[in-house]
Design a protein around this ligand. Structure first.
Ligand SMILES: Nc1ncnc2c1ncn2[C@@H]1O[C@H](COP(=O)(O)OP(=O)(O)OP(=O)(O)O)[C@@H](O)[C@H]1O
Length: 590
């Protein structure tokens, strides 16, 4: 339990002292409730036999202080006190609940942004081993499940425990035998539920994993809708989703129906026990009507609050066990990510931190070796090269030679096993962010957001911070001027999800404009092979090569036309640079 609580505290975001306040609120309203209910028993007894006030010490004292004429006058006074306590309890209950909702939803918001921040800032290798579906599920569904299956049952459980203890104390005083009987009803249900704990945990795990697979199947089917349609494999994805939805349905049904067990078991046994108790007491000794009224009062207390509080407590234990897989996942993810010392992403919301490293002379890669996690063979081995400011270099080589890996190392996405990258003798690993702020990256397949051309070019910049002069320059340099002029909405044209409303070449040029808009010193280009038609290719290549001299260009070249204009060409093979020279030396002499 202590381990469980320490995990909950770790996953909780923000000020944890609020938890104490909430606990006090819960306990406060529960005590008021128990007090109000506790007074109902004596109220019924006094209503049926007013003289009995004098047998209850506290009530007798209050009666004498009030100076009432007759015992029966005390009945409305006690009634008013009970009504007042219940009104006060109801108002505090409402306010406490509202506060708790605010707290729990605020928690969900904070956890969602903590997770997204962590997933965005975690080393890139984390994403190579994790599926986006599981990250989306954690951010949206598991944070919800944490609130419903950890936070709420824990807080409610504490409050219910207080109510149960107070009411059991009252019961000991009124009828110890009845208390033993009620305990006899509650304990077996409690033990049964406790023993079912592992099943609840398993159902929780199955539900969580099937949700991940459901998102995955939807992602795959809809993400590649073009291929899905053409191949005609729609039913495959439908079946995939159906298979996991069925698993989810089975686990959720089993868990939810088992949650009804405490109420059903306790209620049935309670009725049985009370009937048995009254029958036996009449047969064996014959109790007076007043005694029976008092016993019925206790029964009323039990059925009004003690039984619901107990069944809620038992259900809460079930929910906690069911949600323990969620807690473990959030805990392990946050622990793993935060172990990597995920720092601030800088810049604050909607701004890009622009402080860049100074770059006056050269970038030097020395003895870079990189191995993907779990691979025995290194994808890069002992790569050393030097790029002078304003130069353009290209990497060529067969598929799998290590070109993308080398660029990912240069981009600071992958950290080499050994070796260093130095800018004017300063290692980029001293301030990776400042190094990355020098670089503009144009990947082979450009990621476009479902937004306007303008927002896709000024990617990640708030609308009010967009610099239209720079935007215009970038559009012209990327040969997008004509396209934008022809569109009725110009730069405000929506490009559709992943740019579906644009051609491959247009998407590629938006990617180039994006890199140019941010006016970075070094441009890294993973050249697209087929996206551009000959004419556009010529224009884009011209735009890129016109930057040579002012910008430093690092190109993964798939077309030899691009290589022609480069200062140096590096030929890669099995993770090594095997040849270097000018276009003439490397390409023509091959
Ligand atoms: N995420 C990964 N996990 C494990 N191995 C990987 C991963 N990505 C690439 N590799 C391996 O690293 C080697 C180099 O791959 P890389 O993508 O850098 O080649 P490339 O030259 O860019 O190829 P292409 O021209 O086809 O894009 C390959 O053997 C590849 O299988």
């Amino acid at each position: 339990m202590i381990k469980y609580l320490s995990k909950v505290l770790y996953v909780l975001s923000g000020r944890k002292s609020k938890l104490l306040l909430i606990l006090l609120m819960f306990v406060g309203t529960s005590v008021l409730e128990a007090l109000g209910i506790g007074l109902i028993g004596p109220f019924i007894t006094i209503a049926s036999k007013p003289e009995s006030i004098h047998t209850i010490g506290v009530l007798d004292w209050v009666y004498r202080q009030l100076g009432l004429q007759s015992s029966s006058h005390f009945i409305p006074v006690l009634g008013l006190v009970i009504i007042f306590i219940f009104c006060f309890k109801s108002i505090s209950y409402f306010l406490a609940r509202t506060y708790i909702y605010k707290f729990t939803f605020d928690q969900k918001r904070q956890q969602m942004s903590r997770l997204l921040h962590a997933y965005l800032a975690v080393p890139y290798t984390f994403h190579l081993s994790r599926n986006t579906a599981s990250l989306i599920k954690n951010i949206i569904l598991e944070t919800n499940s944490f609130t419903l299956s950890c936070m709420q049952p824990l807080l409610e459980g504490a409050a219910n425990l207080v109510v149960i203890c107070v009411l059991l104390l009252l019961l000991i005083k009124t009828s110890p035998l009845l208390m033993v009987m009620i305990l006899g009803i509650l304990l077996p249900t409690f033990i049964l539920f406790y023993r079912l704990g592992n099943k609840f945990k398993r159902w929780g795990k199955i539900a969580s994993e099937s949700q991940k697979e459901i998102i995955r199947a939807i992602n795959h089917g809809l993400g590649g809708v073009k291929e899905t349609r053409v191949i005609g494999c729609e039913s495959y994805f439908e079946k995939e989703m159906d298979k996991h939805t069925e698993k989810y349905e089975r686990a959720a049904t089993l868990f939810n129906s088992s949650q009804l067990l405490p109420r059903v078991l306790i209620e049935t046994s309670l009725i049985g026990f009370v009937v048995l108790f009254i029958s036996l007491s009449q047969v064996m000794g014959g109790q007076s009507m007043e005694d029976l009224t008092s016993v019925m009062g206790v029964f009323a207390i039990a059925s009004m609050r003690l039984i619901p509080a107990s069944s809620q407590l038992i259900q809460g234990i079930g929910r906690i066990r069911n949600g323990s897989h969620t807690l473990d996942m959030l805990y392990l993810d946050l622990k793993e990510i935060e172990k990597e010392k995920v720092g601030s992403l800088g810049g604050g919301y909607g701004e890009i931190e622009s402080k860049a490293m100074s770059f006056r002379d050269r970038v030097e890669l020395s003895n870079i070796t990189y191995r993907y996690p779990g691979n025995s063979e290194a994808a890069l081995q002992d790569v050393s090269l030097e790029i002078r400011k304003g130069e353009s270099i290209a990497f060529i080589g067969k598929s799998g030679a290590g070109k993308t890996t080398l660029v990912d190392v240069v981009l600071g996405l992958l950290t080499p096993e050994s070796g260093d990258i130095r800018v004017d003798d300063l290692s980029i690993y001293n301030s990776l962010r400042a190094w990355q702020n020098l670089i503009g990256y144009i990947p082979q397949s450009i990621f476009l957001t479902d937004d306007t051309i303008e927002r896709n070019i000024a990617f990640g910049v708030n609308d009010d911070k967009i610099n239209y002069e720079r935007l215009d320059r970038a559009i012209k340099a990327a040969q997008l001027g004509e396209l934008v002029a022809e569109l009725p909405k110009g730069i405000k044209t929506e490009v559709g999800e992943r740019g579906v409303r644009l051609s491959g070449g247009q998407r590629q040029r938006i990617g180039i404009a994006r890199a140019l808009y941010h006016e970075r010193e070094i441009l890294v280009l993973d050249e697209a092979t087929a996206a551009l038609d000959n004419e556009t290719e010529r224009l884009v290549s011209e735009a890129i090569t016109s930057l040579a001299g002012t910008k430093t260009l690092i190109i993964i070249a798939h077309r030899l036309t691009t290589v022609e204009k480069c200062d140096r060409v590096y030929v890669m093979e099995r993770g090594r640079v095997v040849k270097v020279g000018s276009y003439g030396e490397v390409v023509l002499e091959r």
